[in-house]
Design a protein around this ligand. Structure first.
Ligand SMILES: [Zn+2]
Length: 270
């Protein structure tokens, strides 16, 4: 779970320089979220002119999540775009496939009201679904878009962690790290499962306000996320260097030209 009330608001950090150079892979920035996408062929947001129904169909098809709930509507188009861009950013890593395997593919995305303070949860509001309460974002959707990336990866992180009771190798490694370093974010506090979700959420959401990795104190958590979960792909500069989160226009996909129907070709040939 991730609760907005406990997250302090803050200005997006801006770092001018060459810190975004990613030696691991050629990257395309998606500045809407401030996530450098380490994938060669990211699925770009279809564009603001594309009807939402088409976008949602594509979203389901691209990433194989069933979408349910009343908040997949134009009013929350910006939030939906950020969900899209976050999924796109990690789609060349094993993250999504791995977490789906752990629950035998039984995970969908629910966009709906969550009672209480939570902005997102896994399987609480609706069993087998990650739920996002887009309504709670309000103005933060523009002032701290990195928070949405953090939220999406955080909640999916709980799905990833659903096999912890079998004590797999990654979880044994993480528990050792937690015993050594403990507290990572103010939200997660002393909870090992929330810390795990935050370590992943902030790793991808490098532009999220007050990112603990910016302090340079959490290199080992960073290396865990990079090597154990995201297959060496990185979403920003090395820890200790704030990500460049300055706003630029979001690139969008070029619409595919529709083929001319054969009857038009026949007519124009005369
Ligand atoms: Zn959580």
């Amino acid at each position: 779970m991730l609760r907005g009330s406990l997250l302090a608001a803050g200005a997006t950090s801006v770092f001018s320089g060459t810190a975004l150079a990613l030696p691991s892979a050629p990257g395309t920035d998606l500045p809407g979220t401030g996530i450098p996408v380490p994938c060669e062929t990211p699925q770009l947001w279809p564009g603001d002119d594309v009807p939402l129904s088409e976008i949602l169909d594509q979203l389901e098809e691209n990433w194989g999540f069933k979408l349910v709930g009343p908040y997949w509507v134009n009013k929350h188009r910006r939030a939906i775009q950020l969900v899209w861009e976050t999924l796109g950013a990690v789609s060349c890593t094993p993250y999504l496939d791995t977490l789906k395997e752990k629950v035998d593919g039984r995970v969908g995305l629910n966009a709906a009201h969550i009672s209480g303070f939570a902005w997102g949860d896994w399987s609480l509001t609706r069993s087998g679904y990650v739920t996002f309460d887009f309504q709670k974002f309000g103005d933060k959707i523009e002032t701290d878009p990195g928070r949405m990336a953090r939220l999406v990866i955080h909640e999916l992180g709980h799905v990833y962690n659903a096999d912890r009771h079998r004590n797999p190798a990654y979880w044994r490694r993480f528990k050792k790290l937690f015993a050594k370093h403990g507290r990572f974010s103010s939200y997660a506090g002393r909870s090992v499962t929330e810390t795990f979700a935050e370590v992943l959420g902030y790793y991808v959401g490098r532009c999220a306000s007050k990112n603990p990795y910016d302090t340079g104190k959490f290199d080992e958590y960073y290396e865990f996320a990079r090597d154990e979960v995201f297959d060496g792909r990185e979403f920003g500069p090395e820890p200790g260097i704030p990500s460049d989160c300055s706003a630029q226009p979001t690139p969008t996909a070029t619409p595919t030209p529709r083929p001319t129907p054969s009857w038009i070709r026949a007519v124009s040939r005369g």
